[in-house]
Write a new protein. Structure first.
Length: 202
């Protein structure tokens, strides 16, 4: 009888070991793929500036760190200021974007993010932003498609026209201007009902 019991125990242990081995050999399921937002079509080209009050066309682009940014997603939480500029590392453009850097806390206080926009590569933008300590994204506008959709494309597509837009959180254009002007017009564009009161000047 004892030998029979020992045989049963041994057989049970063998079955358990085989089951564990079988479980270990089962293929592991691959993790479910994370959903990826559909590509955003570039805006349709236009000749002039987008009128104040009109919707700002959506777009996507990579910043100097390779992050994918989509305008409509940014507008869910903040106003957006677009700064189209001709070229990295040129004296006037450097002065323009450094002025934005120096006023960055004011933009943040008003609930806005600034996006520099230019066709240069992600790598060049990264060097430009690091050299001047820009705290804001600088977008790679490949083939100047965003500039074209905002009426900021230059005669040479590699050098957009210097253009600034303020887009409120409701997606409407609050300011559209050429050139490099002072901060006052931008503050007027940002002082809107959709900007939290605590973030306004005063």
């Amino acid at each position: 009888m004892r030998s029979v019991l020992l045989g049963v125990v041994a057989l049970s242990m063998l079955v358990i070991a085989c089951e564990k081995t079988g479980e270990a050999q089962k293929p592991q399921r691959a993790p479910a793929p994370q959903p990826v937002a559909d590509p955003v079509a570039p805006p349709s080209p236009r000749d002039g500036l987008i009128p104040v009050g009109d919707p700002a066309p959506n777009f996507e682009a990579k910043d100097q760190l390779g992050n994918r940014l989509i305008l409509n997603e940014l507008l869910q939480s903040q106003a957006v200021v677009l700064v189209f500029y001709p070229a990295d590392f040129t004296p006037v453009c450097t002065k323009q974007l450094c002025a934005v850097r120096d006023e960055w806390n004011e933009f943040k206080r008003r609930g806005a993010i600034v996006l520099g926009v230019n066709p240069a590569s992600v790598e060049k933008h990264k060097s430009f932003a690091e050299e001047h300590s820009f705290p804001f994204p600088v977008l790679n506008d490949a083939h100047a498609l965003i500039a074209a959709g905002y009426g900021a494309k230059g005669k040479n597509p590699d050098f957009p026209q210097r253009t600034v837009y303020v887009i409120r959180r409701n997606g409407k254009v609050a300011l559209a201007e050429r050139g490099m002007k002072g901060s006052s017009p931008r503050w007027i564009g940002l002082d809107a009902d959709d900007i939290p009161r605590r973030m306004r000047r005063g």
